[in-house]
Design a protein around this ligand. Structure first.
Ligand code: 5GP
Ligand code: MN
Length: 322
C-alpha cells in the first residue's frame, strides 16, 4: 500500500491536466496552497487552471502567480480536480460543488472530520497547514522550493500558525520555515507583504466591531459582532473581518473568542478560537460547521440574539463553564 503522498505524486506524474481549487473566501493557506501547487505543476510541465469562487482577494495582490485565479469555471479547464484545504466539499462554493460529483477529485486537507470525498484523499490533521503538505509534495517530486513557490508556501504556514504562535506550531513547520529561509526567502520582506495590507476602512470596521465586545462566564468567553451595516458604513467586506477573532483571544482570561458576522441574506457566519485542550471544533460541529480544535467556524441562520445565545450556551457546556 502506497502512502497518500506517493499516490498523489504518482497521480501528478501520470496525468497531463489539472484544475486546482480551494475554499471560497480564501485565507492565506487556501491561496498559498493553490498557487504553490500551480508552480509545482508548471515546473513539471503540466497543464493546469487555478480556481477560487472568490477570485484572488486584494490582500494577496502582491503574490506572484503561475497563472490567473479564475472565479468562474468557464475557461478553467482540467481533468483531475485538486481540492485543497476544504474540510467539507461544499466549501469550494456552489459552482464547483455541482460538477465535483462527476469528476475525479484529489482531496488534500488538514481538517478534523474531513469526510474523504475524493478518489484520492491525503488528509492529515497533524499538518498545521496545507501549504506544509504541498511543501512535502514538492520535496517528493524534487521541485526546488525557491522564489515564488517558496513565498506561496510561506504565506500558508504563517497564516495557519498565526505567525508561529498557535499550538499547531510544530518543530516540523519551524524546520520547513528554516529550509525556505536558508534557500533564499527573506522573512522580513515577505512578512511585510503579508501583513501590511490594511486599508483605513478596515481599521474603522475593526474599531466598530471591537466596540461590540461582550464577556460571558466571568470573562472566559468573549463575543463580538460585525453587521452588514458596519461593513456598508466603513466600505469593507467579509475579507476585512478575518482575524478580528484572533485579537479577541488576547483578552486576559478569555478561553474562547467568537466573532459573528452577518451575511448579506441574513444569518451569521461565526468564527471561534481557543487554546490547548479547549475544543471549539466540536462546538462548531454542533451547528454543522467544523475546523480545528482551536480554530473553527460555521454558519447559523437565526437573528443575532438567538445566534449569540445558542453559541454561548454551547461553548459554556463544552468548556465546562455552566
Ligand atoms: P475561520 O474562522 O478562520 O473562518 O475558520 C477557522 C477554521 O474553521 C478553518 O480551519 C476553517 O476551515 C474552519 N471553518 C470555518 N468555517 C467553516 C464552515 O462553515 N464549515 C466547516 N466545516 N469548517 C469551517
Ligand atoms: Mn488551512
Amino acid at each position: 500500500m502506497q502512502s497518500p503522498i506517493t499516490q498523489i505524486a504518482d497521480l501528478i506524474r501520470r496525468t497531463d491536466s489539472f484544475l486546482v481549487a480551494s475554499h471560497a473566501n480564501p485565507d492565506g493557506d487556501a491561496i498559498g496552497s493553490t498557487v504553490a501547487l500551480g508552480y509545482i505543476l508548471e515546473h513539471m510541465g503540466k497543464e493546469f487552471s487555478l480556481y477560487n469562487r472568490s477570485g484572488l482577494p486584494h490582500q494577496f495582490d502582491w503574490l506572484p502567480l503561475p497563472g490567473p485565479i479564475h472565479d468562474t469555471l468557464a475557461g478553467a479547464e482540467g481533468n483531475w480536480i485538486f481540492v485543497l484545504d476544504c474540510g467539507s466539499p461544499n466549501r469550494v462554493g456552489d459552482e464547483l460543488s455541482r460538477v465535483m460529483a462527476s469528476r475525479p477529485i484529489a482531496n488534500v486537507d488538514h481538517h478534523l472530520g474531513n469526510p474523504m470525498f475524493g478518489q484520492f484523499n491525503w488528509v492529515d490533521d497533524r499538518y498545521p497547514a496545507v501549504c506544509a503538505m504541498i511543501a512535502d509534495l514538492a520535496y517528493e517530486l524534487e521541485v526546488p522550493m525557491v522564489g515564488p513557490l517558496a513565498e506561496a508556501i510561506y504565506l500558508g504556514i504563517v497564516t495557519d500558525t498565526g505567525f508561529f504562535t498557535f499550538d499547531n506550531t510544530t518543530p516540523a513547520v519551524m524546520e520547513l520555515a528554516a529550509r525556505l529561509i536558508r534557500q533564499g526567502l527573506n522573512p522580513g520582506a515577505v512578512n511585510a507583504k503579508i501583513r501590511n495590507q490594511w486599508s483605513v476602512n478596515r481599521f474603522r470596521l475593526w474599531g466598530e466591531s471591537f466596540a461590540t465586545t461582550e464577556l460571558f462566564y466571568d470573562g472566559q468567553v468573549a463575543v463580538a459582532i460585525v453587521t452588514q451595516g458596519m461593513m456598508e458604513r466603513t466600505g469593507t467586506s467579509a475579507a476585512d473581518c478575518e482575524e478580528i477573532v484572533n485579537f479577541l483571544r488576547r483578552l486576559r482570561g478569555a478561553r474562547a473568542a467568537v466573532i459573528l458576522r452577518e451575511e448579506p441574506d441574513g444569518g451569521f457566519k461565526f468564527s471561534m478560537r481557543s487554546s490547548g485542550a479547549d475544543n471549539v471544533q466540536s462546538v462548531a460541529a454542533l451547528f454543522g460547521g467544523g475546523g480545528h480544535r482551536n480554530a473553527s467556524g460555521g454558519t447559523i441562520s437565526a437573528d443575532i440574539l438567538s445566534a449569540k445565545v445558542r453559541l454561548i450556551e454551547a461553548l459554556g457546556e463544552s468548556l465546562g463553564l455552566v
